[in-house]
Design a protein around this ligand. Structure first.
Ligand SMILES: CC(C)(COP(=O)(O)OP(=O)(O)OC[C@H]1O[C@@H](n2cnc3c(N)ncnc32)[C@H](O)[C@@H]1OP(=O)(O)O)[C@@H](O)C(=O)NCCC(=O)NCCS
Length: 147
């Protein structure tokens, strides 16, 4: 029977993460960025694994009652099947235990799919960060959610 798990991100996950990262973003993170997240004291980095294949990941940082989603992506072939939702719920569960109340994130103005995804968690657009992204240059929406 197929097995689906969520677990802590490990250094050995990085090659599989990079494949998803490069196909999901025009300015992908580097391997070192993920390594930094794995080592951070105030960070939570998770992966979702289906039948031994890494299909999604998330990175969030937190300080006191605030947290910031830095990265979240699901393999193209596994989108719209609830994997992102499970990763979000796991982040929220752990952040609540650490006393966090707010989550923030930036998202491309054109990335309406991700915005719709976050809106399902009660996130709302708070402000706009001008030319936050490159390739192509684009504003970010700063979204905030209460958890
Ligand atoms: C955003 C992302 C992580 C969502 O992951 P996912 O596993 O596909 O999300 P889920 O299946 O849990 O979606 C839950 C709900 O969110 C909404 N949603 C998700 N993707 C959507 C899309 N592309 N368009 C509109 N609504 C969407 C839907 O309401 C969906 O429920 P439904 O499938 O019953 O309609 C995924 O699309 C992704 O990796 N995108 C590329 C990377 C990215 O943009 N990351 C976010 C950067 S800020």
């Amino acid at each position: 029977m197929a097995e689906f798990i969520i677990r802590e991100m490990q250094e050995s996950d990085i090659p599989a993460i990079m494949e998803i990262e490069r196909s999901s973003f025009t300015t992908p993170w580097s391997e070192i960025s993920f390594l930094n997240e794995i080592c951070k004291k105030y960070g939570i980095s998770k992966v979702s694994v289906f039948d031994g294949k890494l299909i999604g990941y998330s990175c969030v940082n937190y300080v006191l009652h605030e947290s910031h989603i830095l990265n979240l992506a699901v393999h193209q072939d596994f989108r719209k099947r609830g994997v992102g939702t499970i990763l979000m719920n796991e982040m929220i569960r752990e952040l609540k235990m650490k006393g966090c109340v707010f989550m923030y994130l930036e998202v491309r103005v054109s990335n309406t799919g991700a915005q719709a995804f976050y809106e399902r968690f009660g996130f709302t657009a708070e402000s706009r960060r001008k030319k936050y992204y490159a390739h192509p240059d684009e504003d970010a929406l700063l979204m905030m959610g209460r958890i």
